[in-house]
Design a protein around this ligand. Structure first.
Ligand code: KG4
Ligand code: ZN
Length: 346
């Protein structure tokens, strides 16, 4: 059929999500997208606790599905298939999602489509924009950091990525070090707005090495050291010094992403794409300083810059439903042997 309507399920990290997406000749529509976050559950532990996450997913998945179907005004029988994140991610959560999807598929007789979470992120720009292959994707979030050449719905090549922390993780840890609230990204960005980027000299890790690999854990350590020096000198962390550190940190991340993106674009342009485009996704893409740098880089290079709306950039199930549709159109689906994969490189 020309038009496909999929239910998508996502439970690979700390968001339980269900969504209904319809794709057809007239375009793609997110009919419903429900995301139940678990931030409050994990907050006392200072990080995502896999066991708590898995339980919460198992508890919330059915409710999210019900809510999504109701919001879309559809019943299971109106759908064409069930798509589910089958990895990579925290195994307990992924298993909860896969089991829920199998139950729904078995009960309804609908096809089951296992989706790679990263493919979900990487294909999202095609859900909202008419973006032709191949395009370059920069995925930057709390858990991911990589450059992907997206050649087709199931064909990706990785140009490079972080060798340690993801940039969002570095933002979160920096916020923690400076006594700012979580999630750290927005908090650090707010402080950076009144800070002086030149007040502190922070490293630009791996810029001296060729290629697109990145590293952000040293940056966080540098922030920690700078903080301790300020405290030793002033007996505390003055507001302005904190803002300056935030500004310097954000600038360092932006510099690294800018330069590595420049190199990734070089490799991408060698493919001679007819309509060159860089798409960014992930929570860190919400950072306006980083975004502006990438936008400027694209403008210089004659490359279209695009970013899905934030709600589709962060973890959600609409991207899983849509990636499922793309995979299904390629003639692929799964059966009850579908397994949850904690590791699943694209
Ligand atoms: O994509 P996302 O919601 O979740 C995953 O990590 O999968 O990304 C969340 C990350 C967090 O680390 C958060 O601090 C970061 O994105 N983030 C930001 C901003 N907004 C969110 N980082 C920098 N600047 C922001 N404005
Ligand atoms: Zn994600």
């Amino acid at each position: 059929p020309d038009t496909l309507t999929f239910l998508g399920l996502e439970s690979s990290c700390d968001d339980t999500a269900a969504a209904v997406v319809r794709a057809g000749p007239g375009g793609n529509t997110v009919l419903a997208s429900v995301v139940a976050g678990q931030t409050a559950l994990h907050a006392p532990f200072g990080g995502v606790v896999p066991e708590i996450a898995a339980r919460a997913h198992a508890e919330k998945l059915d409710l999210c599905v019900e809510e999504a179907l109701e919001a879309a005004g559809l019943a299971l029988t109106d759908l064409d298939a069930i798509a589910v994140t089958a990895g990579p991610g925290l195994i307990g959560g992924v298993m909860s999602g896969v089991m829920c999807a199998k139950g729904l598929a078995a009960g309804s007789g609908l096809p089951l489509v296992g989706v790679n979470h990263l493919a979900g992120h990487a294909l999202t720009p095609r859900l909202t924009d008419d973006l032709p292959f191949p395009y370059l994707m920069l995925l930057v979030s709390g858990g991911h950091c990589q450059f992907l050449l997206v050649h087709g719905p199931e064909e990706f090549s990785r140009l490079g990525g972080t060798i340690d922390d993801a940039p969002g993780e570095a933002f979160d840890k920096t916020a923690k070090i400076l006594g700012l609230p979580q999630p750290g990204g927005p908090a650090v960005e707010r402080e950076a707005a009144i800070g002086d980027t030149k007040a502190f000299k922070l490293p630009r890790p791996l810029l001296d090495r060729p290629g697109c690999d990145m590293s952000f854990s040293g940056l966080k350590t540098a922030v920690l050291r700078a903080r301790d020096e300020i405290i030793a000198k002033h007996g505390g962390l003055p507001r302005q010094a904190r803002a300056d550190l935030c500004a310097a940190f954000q600038m360092a991340v932006a510099d690294v992403l800018h330069e590595k993106s420049r190199r990734a674009l070089e490799a991408y342009m060698a493919l001679r794409p007819a309509h060159p485009a860089l798409a960014v996704a992930g929570g860190v893409a919400a950072n306006s300083a980083i975004r502006e740098r990438l936008q400027a880089l694209c403008a210089e290079t004659g490359v279209t810059f695009t970013a899905p709306p934030l709600a589709l950039c962060t973890d959600n199930a609409a991207m899983i439903a849509y990636a499922g549709i793309e995979r299904f159109r390629q003639g692929h689906s799964d059966d009850m042997t579908l397994v949850a994969r904690p590791r699943w490189p694209l």
